[in-house]
Design a binder for this molecule. Sequence first.
Ligand code: ZN
Length: 64
Amino acid sequence: MADSPTGRCCLCGNTYVNYGNNAQPLDNGRCCDMCNMTKVIPARMSMPIDHQPHRIINPNRNDS
Ligand SMILES: [Zn+2]
């Protein structure tokens, strides 16, 4: 019971319980659930995703 893993969110500094979430692409560390939902996931959405080649992420870009 006393060994529940905790850590400090690398984005907001709050303590999270369990293992937190991968904070990439914003940070290499771990973040709390709140930051994951409000910061990390939106950041991922706005990044180009390599493994969805037939999906147009941002039609305003002219990379190809
Ligand atoms: Zn946080």
